[in-house]
Design a protein. Sequence first.
Length: 403
Amino acid sequence: MTLNQIAEAYVKLVLAVGQHDGSYVDAYYGPAEWQTDTAKRALTDLLSDADQLLQQLSTLSAPPADQRLRQDFLMLQLTSVRAYINQLSGTHLSFDEESIALYDAQSPLLREADFDLILAELDQLLPGEGDLNARLSTYHRGFEIPRDKLDAVFTAAINESRARTKKYISLPDEEDFKIEYVKDQVWSAYNWYQGNSYSLIQVNTDFPMFISRAIDLASHEGYPGHHVFNLLMEKHLVNDKGWMEYCIYPLYSPMSFLAEGSANYGISVAFPEVERLQFEKGVLFPLAGIDPAQADLYYRVQAVLQKLSYAGNMVAKRYLDGEVDRLAAIKLLMKYALSDEKRSTQRVAFIEKNRSYVINYNLGQDVVKNYIEQRAGKVDEPHRWQVFTDLLMCPRTASMMGQ
């Protein structure tokens, strides 16, 4: 088989796995007949197909230089598909084993003591005394976007992130998106890429949105995050080059490590710290009816909270590996991630559904950050945008980026 034939078979294999797990295929914009022709097949048959494709891919002659990256990425994607089929068949992996098998990456091993100094730092910043979680919850309530102002604030954030992205990334004239506000989800927002440069962005309103999340979600889900990543792959890899393996996005795969990592890192690419604070004070805080004079301390608090991001990985690992039960996991999140009880409960529900996927947000961000800043530094904005764009158009897994 040729590389293109293996790529087509890979797409059909992912579609077939999607018949066993409705959340597995996150996006598909390939030929309609490939999707409609996929009947539910036994997992043993799918495993056999995966083994055969991996063997055929490994015996291909060395590709031209411009396709070597393509072949390496496809090999790791196929390896991940095989691992997921095994999981659907009942194979149990530890948290770290699963993250390596599915995402080609492993989160650093951290314990509670690694976060104690960060908690102490936050204790000095926050007003009031007593329980840190309760004080943070009280403090954060002053930065909730009123529900009747949410659409105006989020729309302003996404329009600004779009304008900033278009200065550096050439986007198709027809690219667009729709925003919906939903409830009863385990995530805070989601980009459902529809193909033809169009996305549906859903924002979960189960809890009030903090003002900092407006730019975070606008950039992560939209520009230069998931929406841009998907449309660049569709345009440059599928439509221009005919690399059909990129017309499908299996959620539990190395693709998500890059997707989530680049979407999180892209926030600071689109909004460098000083520019972000200026935009927040001048536009978003007034739109939300929040005093801009509070912004400086608020973002100092957010910067310290960001240092606690790996606490979620620690809790997910201990919970999924059976070291703690559900109630203990919620309490650990309340103490070390400092989310309140309801948000911590929702986060555990996310962990239960998506398991080791949680590493893609923070570890993915750090690996993408290191990869880009080693090549572009932190000061030369046009160069950083260029390396960032090149990574989206020439996808790499964690190990290919040097994790």
